[in-house]
Design a protein around this ligand. Structure first.
Ligand SMILES: [Zn+2]
Length: 411
């Protein structure tokens, strides 16, 4: 019984997660041209280390790489930690590409990864000080005050500096401790391109997505490419139009996911619910048959984005998240587990005459699967040493609510 539960659902483990503050920056102290030069040298050096490692028959150990490159990197004027970062990055890059039989990596972006010895972060004032070779630069984060405030009090791990399209960006990685509360109920989500259906054990809610809008933008970009099959790559006007359509499609998805995640997570937090999502790792296999590439690409992108948004918000509000294997979630009856008969999107159970639409069935089944997963976990809690007995009687654990839910279901 336990085995079947663990393979069909997994609860997001508590522990340490990372969260990045990403923003454009202005150089307020130091010359931006010097900084860009430092970044250019950084890119050139990283590429050189990658080139040399690539030519070797056998990938050397980290200590050997250190002996090989450390003096060279120091001679380029890099500080000890940056030098170490450069050869470690090159080593992991070459290793992973060779393992996947890829072609030699080319570093196009002007980026640098800095740790605590080469950067100082002052979240309160929105200021980052960095050093790549021999000069310190002070960068001012250009973002809303409230956004920056969210990172106050968190410990930061590293700073990434990036120059692209004529702008300078930083991404500061913070360490977040995630210890979710014990849920009193569940909120299950069924996601598809048109709408998202939620089910909390009692009521069903539907949210219209904006993924179709994004898809139509992508469709228009593809039409343009078909209309000018040869010209579009070289004609600036068409190229610009195509790029802007893709960008707008992307932005629609990102914005909508962020807004939706916030609404869902705040709602779940108010009721102290856990959130149940479909596990995406199986999605790839089921979608491969779909020949329409733009639909496929956008679906993958939108689903992943939605998951990321919900998960990162859930971490922020300490909400438990459970991932459910989506297998047969829309094909079995949530009431009696018989195989459903479909007429278009309308499902009918031949045994108990349950009738509903596909998305609602998906949400309900996800909810039941998540409940089973939690019931299993609660079972193990109940079997645990009797420390919990007193607290349970005084109703302080918060498991009470969940137990009630489970009892109701059994009745
Ligand atoms: Zn049924």
């Amino acid at each position: 019984m336990r085995a079947s539960i663990t393979c069909s659902a997994r609860v997001m483990p508590e522990g340490v997660y990372y969260k990045a503050l990403k923003a454009e920056v202005d150089v307020v102290k130091g010359d931006i041209n010097n900084l860009l030069w430092d970044l250019a040298v950084h890119r050139y050096t990283l590429q050189r280390v990658v080139d040399i490692l690539w030519e070797l028959d056998k990938i050397p150990k980290k200590s050997q790489v250190h002996q090989l490159f450390y003096p060279l990197l120091r001679s380029y004027g890099f500080r000890a930690h940056v030098a170490r970062n450069i050869y470690t990055t090159a080593l992991t890059l070459v290793k992973s590409v060779k393992e996947n039989n890829g072609s030699k990596p080319v570093i196009r972006r002007m980026t640098a990864r800095l740790d605590y010895q080469d950067a100082k972060v002052d979240v309160g004032n929105g200021v980052v000080r960095i050093i790549i070779r021999d000069k310190w630069y002070v960068l001012k984060v250009k973002h809303r005050r409230e956004y920056i405030e969210r990172f106050k009090g968190l410990r930061w791990k590293e700073v990434h500096v990036k120059y692209c399209n004529g702008r300078l960006y930083v991404s500061i990685v913070f360490v977040v401790k995630y210890s979710p509360y014990t849920p009193r109920g569940l909120l299950a989500l069924d996601v598809n391109l048109k709408q998202i259906v939620t089910y909390d054990g009692a009521s069903v809610r539907r949210y219209k997505t904006r993924f179709i809008d994004a898809l139509s933008k992508k469709g228009r970009a593809e039409e343009l490419q078909k209309k000018y099959p040869k010209r579009w790559r070289y004609n600036n006007r068409i190229l610009k139009r195509i790029r802007s359509l893709h960008k707008r499609a992307r932005n629609i998805v990102i914005d909508w996911c962020r807004k939706f995640a916030k609404e869902i997570v705040l709602g779940a937090c108010r009721h102290r619910y856990a959130i149940a999502l479909e596990d995406l790792s199986n999605l790839y296999k089921s979608m491969v048959r779909n020949r329409n590439t733009i639909v496929w690409e956008l679906t993958m992108f939108a689903y992943r984005r939605l998951h990321e948004s919900v998960v990162s918000k859930a971490i922020e509000y300490k909400i438990p998240v459970v991932f459910i294997n989506p297998r047969s979630t829309s094909s079995t009856c949530p009431r009696c587990s018989t195989k459903l008969v479909y007429n278009h999107r309308l499902a009918l159970c031949p045994k108990c005459s349950f009738i509903s639409d596909r998305d609602k069935v998906g949400a309900m089944n996800t909810w039941f699967k998540a409940l089973k997963a939690y019931a299993g976990e609660l079972g193990s809690l109940l079997n645990a040493p009797a420390v919990k007995d007193e607290t349970r009687q005084s109703g302080r654990t918060g498991n009470e609510g969940m137990k009630k839910v489970i009892k109701n279901i059994q009745i």
